[in-house]
Write a protein that binds this ligand. Structure first.
Ligand SMILES: Nc1ncnc2c1ncn2[C@@H]1O[C@H](COP(=O)(O)OP(=O)(O)O)[C@@H](O)[C@H]1O
Ligand SMILES: [Mg+2]
Length: 335
């Protein structure tokens, strides 16, 4: 197949905020996907979607499939930018479609859908102005997050708030920095889990990954904060979570968590792959925090490849499975 790999590349630019490029992909990730595709005999062209002539590039080349990992740059529909262009040009692409990518980037909207499907998600409220009256049913401690970000952008230990004064201060700060709605959510104490789904004909639920922050005393951050993700493994700063894959769960809880992730994947209409972030409370209720239709694919650092590896699937096989899953869909759609 003639495959085009589309991405936004991480760059160095001191004029941008420290977390500006956090969502974007490294050369290491791009090269790993490209070499996986090459090893399967595909012809591959790597395209940073920030190039000015992106639309004419798509128009003027023979493309069988776009392998899309582009996070996009423009606002609340950014992950849908490239899929929307490809839909318009009738070029098939891997991964979730325009609509699911837009929904999943909106955490509050995703949670409304989960609630309608009876999938547990922490109680929440969306602040737009930052001075709204707090719903009486929300119980402190709460966590305050930008509604349209990923990679834990704007999230650190001070986002867990214990009283209204802390809450309003943090909400205003996020609105100022990120210029978007703020999600206020009950903070779920308990195990941090993430569940990968890889479709290859049928959706395979990968072994659950448990991320244990109990040894991160030096950083004082006991959840997946921005610093924890950005500098993961830095022992000087105490950013060294312990990964358990499969997670340390009894059989019944494991089944419940996997089932919850699959229902989430289906409720949001995800395709080919996804990663659902979950917190398990003390009564073993899996609360879904969000779903990531474009999970990080860094072969050394990202959670998704770690789970793929634990399933006994090689990185190259996973990339080929995603490609083939998308290809099958195209054949089905076009008869
Ligand atoms: N309601 C919550 N209860 C407990 N921890 C949370 C909650 N919301 C977020 N977190 C912590 O913050 C991390 C990032 O939040 P998440 O909603 O997954 O945003 P992102 O899209 O930036 O990954 C989570 O992995 C978890 O460690
Ligand atoms: Mg997350």
């Amino acid at each position: 197949m003639n495959v085009v790999l589309t991405y936004n590349l991480k760059k160095k630019d001191a004029t941008k905020p420290a977390d500006y490029f956090s969502e974007f992909d490294s050369e290491e990730t791009v090269n790993a996907i490209a070499s996986a595709l090459k090893s399967r005999g595909h012809t591959i062209d790597c395209v940073d979607v920030e190039r000015k002539d992106i639309i004419s590039y798509f128009r003027n080349n023979r493309i069988d499939m776009v392998f899309n990992i582009a996070e996009g740059t423009r606002g609340r529909f950014r992950e849908s930018e490239i899929p929307a262009i490809l839909d318009y040009l009738n070029i098939p692409y891997t991964g979730s479609g325009t609509f699911s990518l837009a929904v999943a980037l909106n955490k509050a909207l995703t949670k409304k859908i989960l609630r309608a499907e009876n999938i547990p998600t922490p109680l929440f409220q969306l602040f737009i102005k930052g001075n709204e009256k707090l719903n009486a049913d929300l119980k402190f401690p709460l966590i305050v997050k930008p509604n349209y970000e990923g990679s834990a952008k704007g999230i650190n230990s001070s986002n867990v708030v214990h009283d209204p004064a802390e809450l309003y201060k943090k909400a205003q700060e996020i609105i100022g920095l990120y210029n978007q709605g703020v999600l206020i959510e009950e903070f779920i104490e308990g195990k941090e889990l993430t569940v990968g789904i890889l479709e290859n004909g049928i959706p395979a639920i990968l072994p659950i990954l448990e991320i244990d922050f109990s040894s991160c005393t030096k950083s004082g951050e006991y959840f997946y904060s921005w610093r924890m993700k950005e500098y993961q493994g830095d022992s000087e700063q105490g950013l060294t979570p312990t990964f358990h894959c499969p997670a340390r769960l009894d059989k019944e809880t494991e089944k419940l968590v996997k089932d919850t992730a699959l229902r989430t994947h289906r409720a949001i209409g995800c395709q080919d792959m996804s990663r659902t972030d979950i917190r398990l409370n003390k009564d073993n209720v899996p609360y879904v925090l969000e779903i990531n239709p474009l999970p990080g694919l860094n072969p050394k650092e990202s959670n998704f490849p770690l789970m793929v590896n634990a399933a006994g699937i090689k990185y190259d096989e996973m990339i080929e499975a995603v490609l083939m899953s998308a290809y099958q869909r195209r054949k089905l759609r076009h008869g």
